[in-house]
Design a protein around this ligand. Sequence first.
Ligand SMILES: [Ca+2]
Ligand SMILES: [Ca+2]
Length: 159
Amino acid sequence: MAGNTSQACGGSGGPCTACATYQSCSGGKCNIDPNSDWKVTVVNAGVDPSSGPWDPGAPLTFVNPDPYVKVTSGGLSGETGTENDTFSPLFNDMVLTAKAKDLTTLVNIRTYDEDPIPPDQIMGDCSLPFTYGDLAAGTRTVAPCGASVTAVNFTFAPK
Ligand SMILES: [Ca+2]
Ligand SMILES: [Ca+2]
């Protein structure tokens, strides 16, 4: 195997290393392939407990928000399930599979409070690119993410 191909990667006469399927070889190193697909998971989020009121008039046990998170990148979007009546929702939901080149261009993250009567209230909205470093690390915290959302935590895995 040649030292500098998409299958093997060893620069300057160094040993050949097989790149992972989501990587390609450039400059004698294995780097994340811009066209590789990545599964994006929303682990959890934090909502400012002093924000709101989100569900005024509801019985006391239901006044806290019912958050879910919608993630959009490269024309694709997906959302978590809804966690009821909490400022610290734990999702662990895989929301979409997107290309590295799209995730590192722009990602929109919008957190809603699900309501019985639409439209759902927007609690936080932010847009930013993830980085190749985020994908390689497999994790990223976005904090804050809009008006009332203190943090959204993500994990990534190659498809
Ligand atoms: Ca509400
Ligand atoms: Ca509620």
